[in-house]
Design a protein around this ligand. Structure first.
Ligand SMILES: C[S@@+](CC[C@H](N)C(=O)[O-])C[C@H]1O[C@@H](n2cnc3c(N)ncnc32)[C@H](O)[C@@H]1O
Length: 288
């Protein structure tokens, strides 16, 4: 088995396991990530009859929001994990969105013809791909000339207390493995210019990066911990390594630390994402 196959297998199992948490905490997660989806949509230059491809759609965003602004077009939602796309289909039905299709596939091996989409979005998917350069080459391949790719990744942990509070609490009981830059982790694409370099190597032009603020809002510190421990890949994986009493101490530490963010009867923890937009050129040669 190649390491790419192994990474896909690990990701498939991890996200199948996380899917219930994503459905349970849907409204809090979508409120937190909503500004990033809006920023992506704004730069995609969408017209009402466009064909749009959403990569690593998970439970459906930003693909479903894009489908709403394409009354004469269609959105193809894709993800490695069928359990996540099943939730996206349920959410689409609940929202009365019909102009979508779903396809289970890996970002680095897309089952679509060259130049078949007007735009491509990837919200918080890049860091999980086995081969990010190959995936970006695939996005450039399926884009029509002049079509836009817009994605988002998390920037450095210090700017994302919504996740570092949980990770610091976990680190009091479990020593996290040092991140391997060749394997998926939440902050793998955090360095400024990292995704820009991938876009440019795939032949995209006019590449621009900008930061977008987010805020995780829960009704209490206890709810913050409950949702973090049920849907964030890093936290769920780390908690599986420790026993019940350690999990209880971690919970107490996280709740104590996040209390500093209580304001007006809610817990509001900030974070920052980076969005990256680029345009497919007419020249499809790339450095692979
Ligand atoms: C953090 S979720 C993002 C979901 C959604 N785009 C959002 O922003 O709400 C990451 C998603 O990447 C998917 N994923 C992981 N590896 C993948 C791969 N190789 N190809 C496509 N999707 C992948 C996971 O299954 C998961 O649904």
């Amino acid at each position: 088995m190649t390491s790419a196959d192994e990474i896909r297998d690990v990701q498939r199992a991890a996200w199948a396991g996380l899917s219930a948490g994503w459905e349970k905490w849907d409204s809090i997660i979508m409120d937190q990530l909503g500004p990033v989806g809006a920023a992506i949509i704004e730069r995609l230059d969408i017209a009402e009859d466009h064909q749009h491809l959403d990569i690593a759609s998970g439970t459906g965003e930003p693909g479903l929001s894009i489908a709403r602004v394409l009354p004469k077009g269609r959105v193809v939602l894709t993800d490695l994990v069928p359990e996540m796309l099943d939730i996206a289909v349920r959410r689409a039905r609940a929202q009365g969105i019909a102009n979508i299709e779903t396809e289970v596939c890996s970002a680095d091996d897309l089952p679509f013809d060259d130049a078949s989409f007007d735009s491509v979005s990837v919200r918080f998917g890049y860091m999980f791909f086995p081969d990010m350069a190959k995936a970006t080459a695939e996005f450039a391949r399926v884009l029509k000339p002049g079509g836009r790719l817009c994605s988002s990744v998390w920037i450095k942990p210090e700017k994302n207390p919504w996740t570092t509070i949980a990770m610091q609490a976990i680190a009091t009981e479990a020593v996290p493995a040092p991140p391997d830059p060749d394997r998926p982790n939440m902050f793998r694409c955090a360095a400024p210019g990292y995704v820009t370099a991938l876009y440019e190597a795939a032949g995209l032009r006019d590449v621009v990066e900008w930061d977008v603020d987010v805020e995780l809002v829960t009704r209490s510190p206890a709810q913050y911990w409950e949702m973090m421990s049920e849907h964030v890949s890093l936290a769920v994986a780390a908690l599986q390594q420790v026993d019940e009493s350690a999990r209880e101490r971690i919970r107490a530490a996280a709740i104590a630390n996040v209390s500093a963010f209580e304001k007006d009867g809610k817990v509001r923890v900030p974070g920052v994402a980076r969005c990256i937009v680029g345009t497919a050129g007419t020249d499809r040669t790339r450095t692979e």
